[in-house]
Design a protein around this ligand. Structure first.
Ligand SMILES: O=C(O)CCC(=O)C(=O)O
Ligand SMILES: [Fe+2]
Length: 148
């Protein structure tokens, strides 16, 4: 659960720093009344206007890696609001710590595409991501193969 109190200087203070979710999929319940979530598209931050009574589903890094980059984990952040507090609820699906993840053969050989990410034990991947704190989307770069 994320809580952002009202903030007199939303231009200076973020609610949640830019990041992509490290798991496989995330379900997010937003406050229907406040647009706080933003996704990065090219160099711009695009607001995700809540659709009442609906959930947002985010693709996480694990799906990006497993799909060999076919499905990207989006970089996102939450901004603060000058007048209102905002609560959001995130439910993350993670991969088993001991599992080694890497692009699935069906996403590489079968599609005749170059392998974009190295294999890594999931717990090691998450350890590296956490060590960087919320350093933005480049977190999947940690396992991107040099030549890609
Ligand atoms: O509050 C939001 O809209 C985003 C929350 C989020 O990105 C997260 O919990 O990972
Ligand atoms: Fe997130």
């Amino acid at each position: 659960m994320n809580y952002c109190p009202p903030c007199s200087r939303p231009d200076l203070v973020l609610g949640i720093s830019p990041h992509s979710d490290g798991g496989s999929l995330t379900l997010l319940l937003q406050d229907d009344e406040i647009t706080g979530l933003q996704i990065r598209h090219k160099e711009e931050w695009i607001p995700v206007k809540p659709i009442p009574n609906s959930l947002v589903m985010n693709i996480g890094d694990a799906v990006e890696i497993l799909s060999n980059g076919m499905y990207r984990s989006i970089e996102h952040r939450a901004i603060t609001n000058e007048k209102k507090e905002r609560i959001s609820v995130s439910a993350f699906a993670f991969v088993d710590d001991e599992l080694e993840i890497g692009p699935l053969d069906s996403m590489v050989e079968d599609l005749n595409r170059p392998r974009m990410y190295q294999k890594i034990k999931y717990v090691d991947y998450i350890g590296q991501v956490s060590a960087r704190k919320m350093g933005g989307k480049a977190q999947t770069d940690l396992v991107k193969l040099q030549s890609q």
